[in-house]
Design a protein around this ligand. Structure first.
Ligand code: HPA
Length: 251
């Protein structure tokens, strides 16, 4: 069973036929929301709303360890993370869908490992490729099969939030090689890796990053709901197709 973690714009999966909801307690505390279990087009799926069902938990206060551990306890075989981003790269415009391939982590002070604390083993987990290659490929194949245009690589800059960036910070991220910027991609990706759960992300560009294009003088988030709505519809279709591909590759 696959899990989807939904972020801003996707705090529910409309095509998920929910059969059960469960609050899964973990040794790290409670996840952001109850996990919804059900099926999408006949395929089993678990869904977790990253910011809570009422979207009340800001990025820096999300209990990422509890979220990923809860999905692990539920026995999921992969996690698809959906999150909105700002565009740093001039070729990416609001509404575009991106499957990132790399991450630069600028977050701080978040609980970002399971390997700490008294009695824990010291472990240095390989993170050269932060996203699971097979799962990324499956998403790309699904997008192709569904005729959904996606950008097949991008470097994701994970920022602390909840404030947006300064224009100079975005310039710096670009010099570092980042193409998109978001607040929740880390430590989610590393925690999934630590628990050996294949993890890949689908990002939707909600706005130009600070100081870019029509965000030159400020970011106007009120423009984004309409843009996001259409892209989120495409993302739901993409996930459905990916589930189909998953079942075909197993049979
Ligand atoms: N910056 C950081 N996170 C974001 C942005 C942004 O411009 N847009 C959506 N998530």
């Amino acid at each position: 069973m696959f899990a989807v973690i939904g972020g801003s714009g996707l705090s529910q999966l409309e095509n998920l036929n929910v059969t059960r909801r469960e609050i899964i307690r973990t040794p790290y505390g409670d996840p952001s929301s109850a996990v919804l279990f059900g099926d999408m087009a006949g395929y089993p799926v678990a869904f977790l709303a990253r910011h809570g069902h009422a979207h009340t938990i800001p990025p820096h206060e999300i209990n990422y360890r509890a979220n990923i551990k809860a999905l692990s306890q539920a026995g999921v075989s992969g996690i698809v993370s959906v999150a909105s981003v700002g565009s740093i790269h001039h070729g990416l415009t609001p509404g575009d869908i991106v499957i990132p391939h790399q991450i630069i982590d600028y977050t701080w002070g978040r609980k970002s490992t399971y390997f700490e604390g008294r009695g824990a083993t010291v472990k240095h987990v390989d993170f050269t490729e932060p996203y699971d290659k097979k799962l990324r490929c499956r998403l790309l194949e699904a997008a192709h099969a569904a005729g959904i245009r996606v950008r097949d690589f991008a470097v994701y800059a994970a920022t602390q939030g909840p404030r947006l960036e300064t224009a100079a910070e975005i310039d710096r991220f670009e010099k570092d090689g980042a193409n998109v910027v978001g607040m929740t991609g880390m430590p989610e990706a590393i925690l999934a890796r630590e628990l050996d759960i294949p993890y890949a992300a689908i990002n939707v560009v909600a706005n130009y990053a600070a100081g870019r294009a029509d965000s030159r003088d400020g970011i106007r988030f009120e423009l984004t709901p309409d843009i996001l709505r259409e892209s989120m519809k495409q993302i739901r279709t993409l996930i459905e197709k990916a589930l189909e591909h998953d079942s075909q590759s197993r049979s």
